[in-house]
Design a protein around this ligand. Structure first.
Ligand SMILES: *[C@@H]1O[C@H](CO)[C@@H](O)[C@H](O)[C@H]1NC(C)=O
Ligand SMILES: *[C@@H]1O[C@H](CO)[C@@H](O)[C@H](O)[C@H]1NC(C)=O
Ligand SMILES: *[C@@H]1O[C@H](CO)[C@@H](O)[C@H](O)[C@H]1NC(C)=O
Length: 266
């Protein structure tokens, strides 16, 4: 069933998937998304051999998060799953055999205050600004429905959250040449939270696949302190192949475990 979801996701997301994939490609993926130590490089046969045992364990961890059979082998489904468009935030590092349903909730809340400001400091080079602002605002509003957070577009350099559309950003993750990386979050040295959207992507405003709204919803979840989860059918699952028009029950429970139920109304 879960595998079926993944395969149909892949059919939706890709017109054709090339299987030039080798262990090396999966190794790069595992390093990039928090499953194996080391920097992703294209020519690390040697370290691959060294890490062979850890590789298989890392692969199982990935397979569990994505709802695949934890075989520890880079089979067809596994490689397909690695090609799905996804968030660039690393997946949680749990050494446990089973990923707890609740493991997405960090131990302590990130924010003491509840009234947060944001700014869009770099707009998309191809998307309509007011439509982008509208989608971002809707995504914030969705989190406000279930928490006491308020989010105001302050258009200020000192906002708590900075949103940027980028084509090639030189950081641990680069969007350049990586079509499957759709967005990620980061904390800069001043403690400001950043959300980066891949501006090479053809974002949609209609709530179907490649939805800017859904991706904003997911990234704001990270900004508020949620990690990726293995609950397929939740907004905080790492891939974007299922798009949602609202937060799902898992996400609501997770955020309320961090910050409590919404007290105020309105
Ligand atoms: C995962 O956690 C273990 C134990 O804390 C640590 O030794 C290991 O380096 C971590 N792996 C990654 C890829 O972060
Ligand atoms: C494999 O994992 C173990 C335990 O997490 C770690 O101590 C060791 O350094 C890893 N080996 C390699 C080659 O990464
Ligand atoms: C952007 O979208 C809005 C709302 O649909 C529309 O009124 C406006 O004309 C658009 N602006 C541009 C530059 O296309």
């Amino acid at each position: 069933m879960k595998v079926t979801i993944l395969v149909s996701c892949a059919v939706i997301c890709f017109s054709s998937v090339a299987f030039s994939s080798s262990v090396d490609k999966s190794l790069i993926f595992l390093q990039k998304y928090g499953y194996l130590d080391g920097t992703p490089t294209r020519s690390n046969k040697f370290s691959r051999l060294k890490r062979e045992n850890n590789y298989s364990e890392a692969l199982k961890r990935f397979q569990r998060l994505y709802g695949l059979n934890p075989t520890g082998i880079a089979d067809k489904e596994t490689l397909l799953a690695m090609d799905l468009p996804r968030c660039g935030v690393k997946d949680p590092n749990t050494s446990k055999q089973t990923i707890q349903k609740r493991n997405a909730v960090l131990n302590k809340p990130l924010w003491k205050k509840r009234d947060l400001t944001y700014t869009i400091s770099q707009y998309s080079h191809h998307l309509n600004r007011s439509l982008v602002e509208h989608e971002i605002e809707r995504a914030f509003a969705e989190w406000s429905k279930y928490t006491d957070f308020t989010f105001t577009n302050s258009k200020s350099q000192n906002a708590d959250i900075d949103i940027r559309f980028e084509r090639d950003h030189v950081y641990g993750d680069s969007f350049y040449g990586d079509n499957s990386l759709i967005a990620y979050t980061q904390v800069n040295k001043d403690g400001m939270r950043l959300i980066h959207f891949n501006d090479e992507k053809k974002w949609n405003f209609n709530g179907k696949s490649d939805s800017l709204f859904w991706t904003a919803l997911h990234e704001i979840g990270h900004i508020l302190g949620l990690d990726h989860t293995n609950v397929i059918g939740s907004v905080m699952w790492p891939t974007s192949c299922l798009s949602f028009s609202e937060l799902q029950s898992y996400d609501i429970q997770a955020i309320q475990e961090l910050y409590g139920l919404k007290k105020t109304h309105g």
